[in-house]
Design a protein around this ligand. Sequence first.
Ligand code: ZN
Length: 133
Amino acid sequence: MVKEFSISSENRYQLIDITDKVEEMVRESGVKDGLVFIFAPHSTAAIVLTENESGLKQDWLAVLKKMVSGFDFLHNKIDDNADSHILSGLLGQGRTLMVENGRLIRGTWQQIFLVEVDGPRERRIIVKIINEQ
Ligand code: ZN
């Protein structure tokens, strides 16, 4: 079962919590035990699990910006977003979670985030739900 949804970012770098949307899809799927693969089909965005706390979200953005600062990127001569491609690749464009008894298995402080690193844009999120039965 493959589902998808879209989300619009407002800033160049931004963390957007998509946990509720993914959990809703798992509920609607009726899958009790299986796997969920959450994928951003973009080379300038990523999916991560982290805590939804406003200070931490700003910390993430500070670290991401610092990781790609001070470079003379060649890609920027044709498309001004080398930083975005590199962060997207490093963070990863997908994550897999387990479903048990109809619920996503995740820690209390593990929310699912789309990490926008080349916004503002409209982003697609593809969710593949695999039934173990
Ligand atoms: Zn590019």
